[in-house]
Design a protein around this ligand. Structure first.
Ligand code: UDP
Ligand code: MN
Length: 305
């Protein structure tokens, strides 16, 4: 698979970035995608935001990505949970998640992908490993944070990528999630995840890998939606992990991740060369759980290189 995006390189050179940053609402006028609302409940994730370079957003708005959201029955779901050192979150999440999946009568499995200890966390790699590992047994995935506990959530199989989270209860973060956020719990069909080549493997530590994934889906001409009614409880981190997280907010770290993301947007990185198809990993341990039943599996992975 080889995809290049020459238009992005050409258009990035024209500038506008300064204006976009300070005056985002002037960029695109009204976003015509917003008219694609389905059942008054599912809304396209806006691409009229400061994260997307303006010419690319315009091109996407005028292109073939405008497709309505529908749900399919009889699909096999794998909920993939990136994980390390969050036992107390998993214990709170699992009973509620399993009850929701059963109530919705889905054909589901839950796969927790644990990163071995040592080294920085890499959420993108864990999700890629999980999607690859579960590929044969899945028609679609729900990429699910361990600290997001569903209250109102629809885990059915969507025709376009769908963010299940909208309202967050008990959120510690000061900023409410804005409409271009694409993380937390996201359902995506297997072929679509593959078309975007999954996540980048190069985001270490906290942040930005989720924006990168959103852009990859857009570049694969997929329109992403979110569920207006989707409500989750955001579990608080314990003190020792907050310290870890704050250190990952170091300016140098965030700058690196932001730079990568902006390289992708400028067409200087090719998603086909970094993602699902290039991750090399080993499964070093597999286990089930007596508590969570036969649909639950946990794997521990080690990244090669
Ligand atoms: N995560 C984890 N262990 C860590 C850091 C992250 O298991 O040490 C996983 C976990 O699934 C978590 C997700 O990565 O929900 C996102 O991390 P975090 O909650 O710290 O980021 P935020 O939600 O604050 O962006
Ligand atoms: Mn979180």
């Amino acid at each position: 698979m080889s995809v290049t995006y020459p238009f992005a390189q050409r258009e990035a050179r024209r500038g506008w970035r300064w204006l976009n940053r300070w005056w985002p609402s002037a960029r695109l006028g009204t976003d015509p995608l917003q008219q694609l609302r389905v059942d008054g409940r599912y809304v396209p994730v806006s691409i009229a935001n400061w994260k997307l370079i303006r010419p690319m957003a315009r091109r996407l708005l005028g292109s073939r990505i405008a497709r309505p959201l529908t749900f399919a029955a009889d699909c096999r779901l794998t909920v993939v949970i990136p994980y390390r050192d969050r036992e107390y979150h998993l214990r709170q999440l699992m009973p509620v998640l399993l009850a929701k999946l059963q109530e919705q009568q889905l054909n589901y499995r839950v796969l927790v992908v644990e990163q071995e200890s040592g080294g920085k966390f890499n959420r993108g790699r864990l999700l890629n490993a999980g999607m690859h590992y579960a590929a044969e047994a899945s028609d679609y995935y729900c990429l699910h944070d361990v600290d997001a506990v569903p209250i109102v959530a629809n885990y059915a199989c969507p025709s376009q990528p769908l963010r299940l989270v909208n309202k967050l209860i008990g959120s510690q973060s000061k900023s409410q999630h804005t409409d271009y956020y694409f993380s937390g719990a996201v359902s995506v069909r297997k072929e679509q995840a593959q078309a975007a080549n999954g996540y980048s493997n190069e985001y270490w530590g906290w942040g930005k890998e989720d924006d990168d994934f959103f852009f990859r889906l857009l570049l694969a001409e997929l329109l992403c939606y979110y569920d207006l009614e989707g409500t989750y409880e955001d579990l608080p981190n314990p003190p020792h992990q907050q310290v870890q997280r704050r250190s990952l907010w170091s300016p140098a770290h965030l700058r690196r991740n932001r730079q990568r993301r902006s390289l992708l947007l400028r067409g200087l990185l090719d998603p086909a060369e970094d993602g699902l198809n290039t991750l090399r990993y080993d499964v070093i341990e597999r286990s089930g759980s007596a508590d969570y039943g036969p649909a639950f599996e946990k794997i521990r992975v080690r990244f090669r290189d």
